[in-house]
Design a protein around this ligand. Structure first.
Ligand SMILES: O=C(O)CCC(=O)C(=O)O
Ligand SMILES: [Fe+2]
Length: 804
């Protein structure tokens, strides 16, 4: 049941969040914890209450019945029926409203700004909590908070370091690494899969069944929460002049779109950007095979039939079902229906899709179906034809581009040969390679070793272009407007990698020229460093990041922290001990670091070199356009960044390694992508990628990037397959051989069908009965993989490169 706040007037969680953040700056850790924990709890309560109220009210004010007391319908009296309908709407609104206010206080109380919502979505509260728990020695709670935050922010290096640090600490157990925001249905599903892979079918069943139950509950809640306010989504609501029915339609379609999207929300892991494919149906695939393995044919039939509700044509599952039916007997089998709740779920979803497609056709309200199982005829004929035509055009253009690319690649190769020759000649000229570059401060001037400040490394125009690139990329973001800087909540932090920039360039979202410039300038810095430090072996990229730090105006008062605390790039600095621990999780492979500055129109933000105590500053560098501070990444160079108190400070941070094994993978992908894009076609390609046709190209063409992504996916799948094959020992050897062969071809299992018929006749040949392995989810997956076989050469070549 819903926990009811008897004092009606639940404290708004944005207020609590703000209180916690404020306390954080005062170092009032207890208050951080009290407020942040309460914020999280209250957010949960608001969520539960809203879902609860909408669901119970839906039951109480069902739109189905006719209006009471009106009596015989008047012919042509549509308006009376309208009133009946609106009476219901009114009642529902009243019901939801009083239900919510009774439990939460006035509705205006819990209007949360998008900014705060974003903080919660990014799990930021756990970032604050982590520090606070740590400070008051609640180690286990700190670990859980850190882990919860990290799961949703896997790119967050500081938190990764913290976690590894925790891992080494005494008193911390593996079980402390909890996900405090875990969704039950997902946990159950993952547990089920683990057991399934280990052949523990009986316990796997419990988890998968629980996963289905929890999924349906979570789905209901997710759907109810969709019934929120209309989202004007960027356009000015003052200009929104839709009439009654149009505005009802707009809002309702938004709600339906949201409801359909619950499939995606429920199937997505916190750090993943894509959902688990065909998530709900997959449960029944796993279940049927698990039930078969525990010889529960009734349930195997139920689950196979349920799976077939989604994919009625699925050959493998139909064969499995046939086998189970033959084993159990036709009559008994016929009496077993598919799961009723799932039937309902599908029926409702299909109805929604029909409405959404109608609105798509009639009003252009876009709907992208998130499900893989929707029957083709749910989409209106005309829409289907239009999409088919678009796909065909895209395929044709892809082919043409492919041909051109081949020609261009040859040209690029020739050009590359030329440019390496030039580099060789220039390198002999001097140790900063380029005429304009000057050595402004040597290690001596900087009071240390392996340090240098260079100027004029890039031009004013180039600075401006990269600065603009950073801001455009940040605006596009991941749909997020910015992230709080991990170490200074008084600043906003935004970053883009070379590959990300090139991808955005390819999509036409940032100028491709700028993305390429980013790539080239970072290469220039690499060469200069390699030469200046007289390195005898190649300096490889390890990570490249264009970063801006922006002061948050209202958060500067009494500020004492740094923008980036003093640290060492390749070891974990323990300043209390004047020591640096060079062990993973620290990025121990980093050998050289460089920061290329892009601007100076901000206050604060000076770069500092310090001693191992993290306090004594040994040198300072004022950022300015074209300036590079380069230094060895080791303990001889602790460094940090002073608080940026006004404006925005942008720089390219580069880390290098001498170890070829750590040559940045992203860089290689970026090179591939660039090779693909670097052609006289650029302008056209980029322009056209803005229109819908070529947006499709990007998805279907075998671009370098695409191939690599495919390669990654392939590798994942391979791993997945390995796990699943490990689950095979249940199968007799003879059968295994057969399936291995069948992997290449669609598995039409005539033999199996025959055998299963024999089995059901004799009801005894147990060895033969185990035949359905070919019908298991594993071979199911293996098949779908064959269709992707064309991409495996790309996967191989990627692998080769990695092994180099
Ligand atoms: O931006 C800077 O000046 C230095 C940044 C830095 O040291 C780092 O990101 O490791
Ligand atoms: Fe650094």
């Amino acid at each position: 049941d819903i926990p009811i706040d008897i004092n009606a007037g639940l404290e708004p969680y944005d207020l609590l969040f703000d209180n916690a953040v404020e306390a954080y700056y005062k170092g009032d850790w207890i208050s951080v914890i009290l407020n942040m924990e309460r914020a999280l709890r209250n957010k949960g309560t608001v969520r539960r209450v809203k879902a609860h109220c909408r669901l119970t009210c839906a039951n109480q004010t069902d739109f189905g019945e006719p209006i009471s007391g009106v009596g015989v319908p008047i012919p042509g009296g549509g308006s009376v029926e309208d009133l009946g309908f609106f009476q219901k709407v009114l009642k529902r609104a009243d019901c939801v409203n009083s239900c919510e206010s009774e439990k939460l206080g006035p509705p205006s109380f819990h209007k949360i700004s998008e900014e705060v919502e974003l903080e919660f979505r990014k799990r930021s509260p756990y970032n604050y909590l982590q520090v606070a728990y740590f400070k008051i020695n609640k180690l286990n709670k700190a670990v859980a908070a850190a882990n919860t935050f990290y799961l949703a922010n896997p790119e967050h290096m500081e938190m990764r370091q913290n976690l590894e640090y925790y891992r080494m600490m005494a008193g911390v157990q593996e079980t402390d690494f909890k996900d405090l925001e875990a969704r039950l249905h997902m946990e159950e599903f993952l547990d089920g899969k683990k057991l399934y892979s280990a052949d523990s079918f009986a316990p796997a069943i419990d988890h998968f069944e629980e996963a289905v139950t929890e999924y349906l509950i979570a789905d209901q809640e997710c759907r109810a929460l969709c019934e929120g306010p209309y989202d004007y989504d960027g356009y000015n609501y003052l200009e929104y002049t839709a009439d009654l029915f149009q505005s009802m339609t707009d809002h309702y379609m938004q709600v339906l779109n949201c409801k359909q999207n619950c499939v995606v929300e429920l199937a997505t892991l916190p750090s993943a950007d894509k959902p688990v494919e065909d998530f709900l149906p997959a449960h029944f695939n796993y279940l049927q095979f698990s039930y078969y393995n525990t010889e529960n044919y009734e349930k195997a039939i139920e689950c196979a039939k349920t799976y077939l509700l989604f994919h009625p044509e699925d050959e493998m599952m139909n064969q499995n079902l046939a086998f189970y039916v033959a084993t159990l007997g036709e009559d008994k089998a016929a009496a077993i229906p598919a799961k009723e709740v799932v039937q309902q779920h599908i029926k409702q979803s299909l109805l929604e899709k029909e409405l959404l497609y109608f609105a798509f056709e009639a009003f252009g309200i876009t709907f992208v179906d998130p499900d893989k199982w929707t029957p083709a005829d749910i989409m209106p004929q005309r829409l289907r034809e239009k999409q088919k035509a678009e796909r065909e055009t895209a395929a044709r253009i892809t082919e043409e581009i492919g041909n051109l690319m081949k020609e261009i690649e040859t040209l690029v190769e020739e050009k590359n040969k030329e440019s390496t020759d030039i580099t060789k000649i220039v390198r002999e000229g001097g140790n900063v390679l380029f005429d304009d570059i000057v050595v402004t401060m040597t290690a001596k001037a900087l009071n240390g070793s392996q340090r240098v400040v260079l100027d004029n490394v890039i031009s004013e125009d180039e600075c401006r272009e990269l600065h603009r690139l950073s801001n455009t990329a940040a605006l596009l973001g991941d749909g997020y407007r910015g992230k709080r800087s991990p170490h200074s909540p008084s600043e906003m932090f935004q970053g883009v990698t070379v590959l990300k920039a090139l991808k955005l360039g390819q999509e036409g979202k940032v100028p491709l020229k700028s993305a390429r410039l980013f790539f080239e300038l970072s290469e220039r810095v690499r060469k200069v460093l390699e030469s200046y430090f007289r390195l005898e072996t190649t300096l490889y990229f390890s990570y490249t990041h264009l970063v801006c730090r922006s002061a948050i105006e209202e958060k500067q008062e009494g500020r004492e922290d740094l923008s980036h605390p003093v640290h060492v790039d390749n070891c974990f600095l323990v300043s209390e001990l004047n020591e640096c621990i060079k062990e993973p999780p620290a990025y121990t492979h980093r050998d050289y670091s460089a920061i290329l500055y892009l601007n100076d129109d901000f206050e604060g933000g000076d770069f500092i070199f310090a001693e191992l105590d993290a306090k004594t500053v040994t040198a300072e560098v004022r950022p300015q356009c074209g300036r590079v501070v380069g230094f060895g990444s080791g303990k001889e160079n602790p460094h940090g960044v002073r608080a940026v108190t006004k404006g925005q400070r942008c720089a390219v941070a580069l880390w290098f390694t001498l170890d070829p094994r750590h040559n940045e993978k992203e860089r290689i992908q970026a090179e591939d992508l660039l090779k693909m894009l670097s052609s006289p076609l650029d302008a056209d390609f980029q322009k056209s990628s803005k229109d819908p046709e070529s947006a499709q190209i990007a998805q279907t063409s075998e671009t370098g990037e695409q191939a690599t992504l495919q390669a990654d996916k392939q590798a994942d799948e391979q791993a997945d397959k390995k796990v699943k094959q490990a689950a095979k020992p249940k199968v007799k050897e003879a059968a295994t051989k057969k399936t291995d062969k069948q992997k290449d071809k669609p598995p039409v299992k005539k033999a199996a069908v025959k055998k299963s018929t024999i089995d059901s006749g004799t009801g005894s040949t147990a060895t033969d009965t185990k035949q359905p392995k070919a019908k298991s989810p594993e071979s199911h997956m293996a098949d779908s993989q064959d269709s992707k076989a064309e991409t495996s050469s790309a996967a191989d070549s990627q692998k080769d490169r990695e092994e180099l």
